[in-house]
Ligand binder design. Structure first.
Ligand SMILES: [Ca+2]
Ligand SMILES: [Ca+2]
Length: 163
């Protein structure tokens, strides 16, 4: 029978803890997911003010950017089913070119069927993106009028202490 070397078991536990520590930590009221921190704001504001609120909350924070189905599901789960939420995707700088306010890669998208439509009616042009929450297309994205007031989620990197 093979003997268990408890020194190795101990070492594996230590390494496991170090890997958790490597994820960093989040400020109070921010939730951790894959090395980033997220906060849901339960107040209704225009898209530009939502981004400003994130910038004020922390120098590293922006409206949330999303890069995978897993992250999209996590963000969707944060808002508690209350209403549609602003996310950081927009085409305010270059019409038709979506970019995140945090400058991150824009290759992942999760549009509603028919989106991005660059239109929210006769009087406005959609430049800002919301995540749908209250429809059968829950968690899909919709290009909308930036002046509408919605709840929002901010994101920032987790705080990592020097090793
Ligand atoms: Ca547009
Ligand atoms: Ca739309």
């Amino acid at each position: 029978m093979r003997k268990v070397d408890y020194r190795i078991v101990y070492l594996e536990v230590v390494i496991w803890h170090l890997e958790i520590a490597d994820e960093g930590s989040c400020p109070t009221n921010w939730l951790m997911f894959n090395g980033n921190c997220y906060r849901f704001y339960d107040c209704m504001v225009e898209w530009t003010l939502a981004e400003t609120e994130c910038r004020v909350a922390s120098p590293l924070a922006h409206l949330v950017s999303i890069h995978s189905d897993e992250e999209n599901a996590f963000v969707h789960g944060m808002q508690g089913g209350q209403n549609d939420i602003w996310i950081g995707m927009n085409d305010r700088q270059n019409e038709g070119v979506g970019e995140w306010t945090d400058g991150s890669d824009n290759s992942y998208v999760n549009w509603l069927p028919g989106e991005p439509d660059n239109s929210c009616g006769l009087l406005c042009n959609g430049d800002c993106v919301e995540m749908q929450v209250d429809t059968s297309y829950s968690d899909k994205w919709n290009l909308e009028d930036c002046a509408l007031e919605k709840r929002f989620i901010c994101k920032q990197p987790s705080i990592k202490l020097p090793q």
